[in-house]
Design a protein around this ligand. Sequence first.
Ligand SMILES: [Zn+2]
Length: 387
Amino acid sequence: MKGSATEQQVLHWLGQSHDAMVELLRRIVDIDSDSYHKAGVDAVVSVLREYLESSGVACEIRPNSTYGNCMRAVVAGSDGTQERPVVLMGHCDTVFPQGTAAQRPFQIEGELAHGPGVADMKSGLVINSFVLAAFAKAGAPLPLVGLYTADEEIASPSSRAFIEAGVVNARAVLNSEPARPSGNVVIGRKGALFIDFEVTGVPAHSGVNHQDGASAIEAMCRKVLKLHRLTDYPSGVTLNVGLISGGSSVNTVAPIAKASLDVRFKTLEAMKDVRSRLGQIIDEVEVPRTSARITQERNFLPLVQTPSSQALFASYVQAAAQIGFQVEGEFTGGSADSGFTAAAGIPTLCATGPVGGKVHTGEEWLKLSTLVPRAQAIALTALRLAG
Ligand SMILES: [Zn+2]
């Protein structure tokens, strides 16, 4: 089947854009933008906005006083409509602290690029932006929206509402997290709960009046053992207390203990079940005169397969084949914003970004030759959804 003139024009223009993509990527990788560094995330958004607006794509900033600003970019459909868009999504934050870009700036070695966030997911932001630009130039047959978010790496406390509002009535969501090192995209993800909690005890001198104390550390340890016992590999539920601290001195019965818990699950039902059980364990008073409370809680919803998301994946596979690469779908225990859009009932495909690996480490890499084909596959998938 021969594609339409618009299709040819979009694919051709993207095909010519490799060097420009690398240049835009260099600019945003060299800006530190960890999730808590508002000025850095804002600067990444500004650079992308400048590129998009100069390419004829309208942008709106959704300001935030604590976290980075989010941005919505829109290319209206040929009849001027913004109804039922295809949404291209990506996060502008990284896990790397300020100073990282100065230490190891964007660098190309052979066919790989390196630098903080080069794969996760600044290259995904770049190709999303180029697809939007291509649609603006060629005249899109359907509306295309880009959602640029600010704080995915800390479970999107500020961006979640922006995402949920931004995908109402969307035809589909393509989230440009990096494709797996194998080249595969992601069709299922676990959801996650991140819970900080603390136990308060009663301090006492551990030599002089031990019996007057109530140890927050002992209470915490008992809770940790019980929480870990909720892990159930066959159903995919895991619990991990990854951080713990407590006490005030070796000879004081501990007045306080704190812990951070990471819980993963495959379905919303599993989330509700494990949440209620872990809540009981945290609330339960096993050591008299201690008490416990949750101080912070965030979650990612799971990306669960539905018939409509399977159909979206099938059309992506077909588009990829036309561009010239083969791709399969895989499941990962890692969580992402795509869980929110899937839970909102929107067909969602994740990891449509360029191929990369060793994310969240100093050896993070991006395969440069995948910038153009992954952008073309997104564009073709979106165009086919117009039919
Ligand atoms: Zn990411």
